[in-house]
Design a protein around this ligand. Structure first.
Ligand code: ATP
Length: 298
């Protein structure tokens, strides 16, 4: 499958010949079994601040899809539009539509969406600091009505994926490490029995080894439990190693998308998002130069 570019702005304007524009209907799935389709959405905050401008993306069942882009590109806004959490931020989807499992998400409350299987893990982890790890995990089951035996089984499953959480089950979350809190946030999401997790910046503020450990577990969850993942990440390198497909957002628009393996090999992605080029890793000075060049070209 080829990469495709979508916009006149940013990265898309300087695509190398290795990337080609292909038909609008090709996407993450090429038409097969999408769990989520975001169709040309526009998001406005406070009635005036236009943040997303015609964003479309797809998440096929059972896949890991990454939304990549710099600080402020619109990744979190996209996730919040999907989980219907924008109202709390005075944001609104003013154009386009979002369909999860064949139904418009705009018609469901965030609570109902959790019951239908979509859960968001917020950027910055957001554990309840005064509760223990286990109490935090149990709060994730609040929408379930399938009884305590099923909830206990889910808890054991979370502990099987995150043995560190089992070790720290009685510790107050506020006293655990950043990595453990991130694991707790993902574990809490798992307690809702999700079909799809919207994972916002799981690498944020964590040491590389921990980031790797967390991505390994997320990958295992995806492969063994079949949970679909939509991942927002600034860490392009790690995201493209684990994702099946990626979308690059710049200034609220998708400027390029394609299979993760093709994005990893694309010269522009290497240059602007991975800090690499065919000549090898660039020095910090070079990177600064390219950032400047990118701003001009954008
Ligand atoms: P980050 O990694 O920093 O979270 P991001 O790609 O997730 O970046 P968003 O948080 O979606 O980006 O922000 C996109 C743009 O929308 C930014 O310019 C931001 O300032 C703006 N924005 C985000 N939330 C609000 C809000 N509640 N009100 C007004 N503008 C907002």
């Amino acid at each position: 499958m080829q990469l495709r570019t979508r916009s006149h702005h940013g990265l898309a304007t300087k695509m190398s010949s290795s990337a080609q524009v292909v038909g609008e209907n090709a996407g993450a799935s090429e038409g097969a079994g999408n769990l989520l389709s975001v169709n040309n959405i526009e998001v406005i905050y406070d009635h005036v601040i236009l943040v997303l401008k015609g964003v479309s993306l797809e998440v096929p069942k059972g896949k890991i899809v990454a939304i990549l882009g710099a600080n402020g590109a619109g990744k979190t806004t996209t996730l919040k539009a999907i989980s219907n959490l924008l109202h709390a931020e005075r944001g609104e989807v003013t154009k386009g539509s979002i369909e999860y499992d064949g139904q418009h998400v705009q018609a469901s409350s965030p609570n109902d969406l959790v019951k239908r299987g979509v859960i968001q893990v917020m950027e910055g982890r957001h554990c309840f600091e005064h509760l223990t790890i286990e109490e935090n995990l149990l709060t994730g089951a609040y929408t379930r009505s399938d009884g305590s035996a099923a909830i206990d089984a889910s808890l054991e499953k979370v502990y099987a994926y995150f043995p560190r959480l089992k070790e720290r089950r009685t510790s107050q979350a506020g006293y655990t490490s950043g990595g453990e809190q991130q694991m707790c946030a993902i574990g809490r999401a798992l307690m809702s029995n999700p079909k799809m997790i919207l994972l916002d910046e799981p690498s944020m503020g964590l040491a590389p080894q921990l980031v790797e450990e967390i991505f390994e577990i997320v990958n295992e969850l995806n492969k063994k439990e079949g949970v679909s993942i939509l991942l927002a990440e600034q860490n392009t390198n790690i995201a493209l190693r684990y994702a099946d497909y990626g979308y690059i957002l710049e200034n609220g628009r998708v400027v390029m998308d394609g299979p993760a393996s093709s994005l990893r090999e694309n010269e522009d992605v290497k240059e602007f998002y991975l800090g690499l080029s065919t000549a090898g890793r660039k020095s910090f000075r070079d990177v600064k130069h390219y950032r400047r060049r990118k701003r001009w070209l954008g």
